[in-house]
Write a protein that binds this ligand. Structure first.
Ligand code: DI6
Ligand code: FE
Length: 401
């Protein structure tokens, strides 16, 4: 059996189990972009090309499973307003917040939108991220939602990474539908989602179910439309209040339920039964100076898989550092380092429906790898933003050196 490439002499963390103790020095062999062999050095028999890992730590490439990184403009002014006492909700109700990013994103040409968005994605790549989810939701009409999703797809192509695109048209109420939320939901279901599906621009559908977003009954209509188009769903749920969004998402076998600071035990139990991943977003918690913690103990007790993500967006989590999120998840949410690291690998893959191919190192999986000058994955969580990996491989191709 010939291998195109082998990474040798690496202390491997496969993330296939819950114990993230690195292996004794071993190798990963790659053929046609997939992992074709993996084991201790004594089993290594050669490859066309060999790269010596130098005893470093080798993990799956990281997965950022919840971002809104395609947008124009910034919200630094609102940051100042919040520091002077205005709340995120106050700003949203006054026509700022998400809507100010919608105005900037609608005004930007596709190229003008691509440039800063791709730059954000590159910063994630530099940290070892090899798979990324990107949501729309700053267009809120047919043309601009399509534009955002085309930019998301282009980022995947030009950067050579896997991008899963999610249509989040039900993110906020656009001004042309002011006080007509039900009419806008009709428009989402009858015009935006069908156009997106027709152009094959989304892999999933999301909604923002909260008192400043959409009600559960409206969210349900969006989910019905998504299901009719054959698209899986996910949900921004219980970020600012408990709306029963988790139970609703579970009824639709959602891939993930995200935020969840206010989720009830009933909601957690529903997620567990549905096999839905809980995606925790410590960047938004930190940046909005939230005080209500997501119920990590309940999630553990009900064995809900927990993923961690940047939520990269201009309003509530302006960050492109998944490594920083590892530390915040431990420090703010009290996840163990192993839980946090599985949250950006195995469980993040599941949140995107990619668990058969991504998120762990095993024969047959895609050869997405990150090589770190670090003792352990705990060391990557311990630093407040650990140094980037020394090498990243996407489908067996080296992305950085
Ligand atoms: N929750 C969030 O944290 C982001 N969207 C959402 O529904 C924030 C988006 C923004 O403020 O621009
Ligand atoms: Fe979000």
């Amino acid at each position: 059996m010939s291998l195109d490439l082998a990474l040798t002499n690496a202390r491997i963390v496969t993330c296939a189990g819950d114990d993230l103790t690195p292996s004794a020095p071993g190798f990963v062999g790659i053929r046609d972009g997939r992992i074709a062999a993996l084991g201790p050095m004594k089993e290594f028999t050669g490859a066309v090309r060999v790269e010596d890992g130098g005893g470093r730590l080798l993990t799956p490439g990281l997965i950022d499973c919840h971002t809104h990184l395609v947008y124009a403009g910034d919200r630094a002014r609102e940051f100042e307003q919040r520091l002077q006492g205005a709340s995120y909700e106050d700003i949203a109700r006054a026509g700022g917040g998400i809507m100010s990013t919608v105005r900037a994103t609608r005004a930007a040409s596709e190229d003008a939108l691509f440039a800063p968005s791709a730059a954000r994605a590159r910063r994630l790549l530099a940290e070892g991220v090899t798979t990324l989810e990107i949501k729309s939701g700053y267009g809120l009409d047919v043309d601009n939602e399509l534009k955002q999703l085309r930019v998301a797809r282009r980022i995947g192509r030009e950067l050579g990474i896997d991008v899963r695109a999610t249509c989040l048209a039900a993110h906020a109420l656009p001004p042309e539908f002011a006080h007509r939320a039900d009419d806008y939901i009709d428009h989402v279901c009858r015009a935006i989602l069908p156009a997106v599906a027709q152009a094959d621009l989304a892999d999933a559908v999301d909604a923002f179910c909260d008192h400043i977003g959409f009600a559960p009954a409206q969210t349900q209509r969006v989910f019905d439309a998504a299901q009719a188009l054959g698209l899986p769903v996910k949900l921004h749920a219980e970020q600012l209040s408990d709306q029963g969004g988790a139970q609703l998402a579970a009824r639709y076998r959602a891939l993930s339920c995200d935020h969840l600071e206010y989720v009830s035990e009933d909601g957690v139990a529903a997620l567990a039964r549905a096999g839905t991943v809980a995606v925790l977003l410590p960047g938004a918690f930190y940046f909005l100076r939230e005080t209500r913690l997501p119920p990590v103990d309940l999630l553990r007790r009900h064995r809900v898989p927990v993923a961690i993500s940047t939520d990269s967006n201009p309003g509530s989590s302006p960050t492109t550092s998944l490594l920083l999120m590892l530390n915040l998840a431990c420090t703010l949410f009290r996840l163990t380092p192993a839980e946090a690291f599985l949250g950006v690998t195995r469980h993040a893959a599941r949140a995107l429906g990619l668990q058969p191919t991504h998120g762990t190192l095993a024969v047959g999986k895609v050869a997405d790898l990150a090589l770190w000058d670090a003792e352990s994955t705990a060391a990557l969580c311990y630093e407040i933003g650990a140094p980037p990996p020394v090498a990243v491989f996407k489908r067996g191709v080296r992305l950085s050196s």
